[in-house]
Write a protein that binds this ligand. Structure first.
Ligand code: GTR
Length: 441
């Protein structure tokens, strides 16, 4: 009793002093969280070609350097991927023209990568705003817990795929009815639709379950040849490459759906799915905008800073996320021929957004900012302004033009604040006559 009273008093005192009760989420020990202890490093220059020559024009970037850098990321970080499957089939499995109280059209589409007789497929959930006539721009993002988790809408099919966590309505690694809407705070569906955008999502575990042995039940057990006809062993690619490939297949479907403006697709991803989004956005110029939400190590954050999560730690905890070669940079980030600012630069000249959270120290918010800033060198070749500031802005103060950036208060998450910035960023780029979100050919 006494202890309870004391605890209540402490909470009240903290509230009175307006001291946040949890300033940071518990951080793994044995890693660097001190800016002073970041090692000295030199970032590889995206504008110096492999043969040492300096890239001086947008054409040189597009014609040669872009491809070179993509290959370096393939070889040293994420691995290669297969091409577009010839036998792919799109099956619309449900349509409701009066979803969400009559405000939306809800469609579900199964993309069968190898026709209906093979099990490899991804299930896409699509909401379109009913008030808009004609093709609409769409936000696309993978979800962590199944399509049914993004909204309590009973019309969404309950995922039957393996679920990583036995929480929020999942039992025995399978979703139950009570999992409906469990991630809805991350998906403001009504707001997105009211702003005139469609929303598409899919469960990343449809492509490959997220654990060490997940490849056995995913597309990496099926495809053995890459897009150029070269053989593809397991360690030649990675779960992140497999997941990113799935996003590209979803765009293949978008291109066939007349309700979707496939020239205005914004791709977003959070955390490991943010890493996946930036790799997918770098590979596929059909994404008009790419958004990294708290993607951290192996996403937007600079590896060389070794701040918070390190290459060694991520390769140890999640050996399936990156390719075999990436393991050789454990504790040796400076030997990497690339760093993550160059991945952000691979979006150029398409608009890209990098978002951090103040309490997400593990993901190195400052490293995410520095990476977004450094990518500006490549945008400058195209005459497009990047983050537009020299130092990391204050919390909740979005900056940037073709490279958007913010650090918001709060923890590792996707919040209404984040979405508000992404929607405004898309509004600005799709309507602003200075912007050209269409891929350059
Ligand atoms: C953490 C991992 C991060 C981040 C995160 C997530 O455990 O260390 O790199 O990806 O998971 O995806 O939720």
């Amino acid at each position: 009793m006494k202890a309870n009273c004391l605890a209540i008093r402490l909470v009240l005192t903290l509230m009175a002093l307006s001291i946040p009760m949890t300033q940071t989420t518990a951080l793994p020990t044995g890693f660097n969280y001190d800016e002073e202890k970041v090692p000295d490093y030199t970032l590889p220059d995206p504008l110096v070609a492999n043969n040492g020559t300096r890239i001086q024009s947008a054409a040189q970037w597009t014609d040669s350097r872009r491809g070179e850098l993509l290959k370096l990321f393939e070889e040293h970080v994420y691995g290669r991927r297969p091409g577009r499957p010839e036998a792919m089939e799109f099956e619309v499995t449900s349509v409701d023209n009066n979803a969400l109280n009559g405000t939306a059209i809800r469609k579900e589409i199964t993309i069968h990568f190898e026709g209906k007789n093979e099990p490899y497929a991804v299930h896409v959930l699509l909401y379109l705003p009913k008030k808009n006539m004609g093709p609409v721009p769409v936000f696309l993002g993978y979800n962590f817990n199944g399509n049914h988790s993004i909204h309590s809408d009973q019309g969404i099919s309950l995922s039957t795929s393996w679920m990583r966590k036995n929480e929020n309505g999942n039992k025995n690694h399978l979703a139950t009815e009570s999992a409906r809407g469990s991630s809805s705070s991350r998906w403001p569906v009504e707001t997105i639709l009211a702003r005139g955008y469609g929303l598409a999502t899919a469960y990343y575990g449809d492509i490959e379950p997220d654990h060490k042995e997940g490849w056995k039940d995913g597309i990496r057990s099926f495809y053995k040849i890459d897009e150029n006809g070269k053989s593809l062993a397991l360690e030649d690619w990675s779960a992140i490459s497999a997941w990113s490939w799935g996003l590209n297949r979803i765009v293949d479907y978008f291109e066939t759906d007349l309700d979707i403006d496939s020239n205005r697709i914004a791709l977003l991803g959070h955390s490991r799915l943010g890493k996946t989004a930036v790799w997918a956005g770098a590979n596929d110029e059909r994404f008009a905008i790419t958004i990294s939400n708290n993607s951290g190590c192996g996403g937007a954050a600079l590896s060389r800073r070794a701040f918070g999560e390190t290459v060694e730690r991520i390769n140890t905890s999640f050996p399936h996320w990156f390719n075999g070669n990436f393991k050789s940079y454990n504790g040796n980030e400076s030997a990497l021929p690339v760093d993550q600012h160059e991945l952000i630069a691979l979006m150029a000249p398409r608009p890209v957004y990098v978002a951090s959270a103040k309490e997400d120290v593990w993901a190195d918010p400052h490293g995410e900012f520095l990476s977004a800033k450094a990518a500006g060198e490549v945008y400058a070749l195209f005459g497009k302004p990047g983050v537009g500031v020299e130092t990391q802005p204050d919390v909740n103060t979005p900056v940037g033009d073709f490279i958007g950036y913010h650090i918001r208060t709060g923890k590792h998450d996707v919040t209404a604040f984040d979405w508000e910035q992404y929607l405004s960023f898309a509004d600005r780029h799709y309507q602003n006559p200075r912007s050209d979100p269409l891929p350059l050919k």
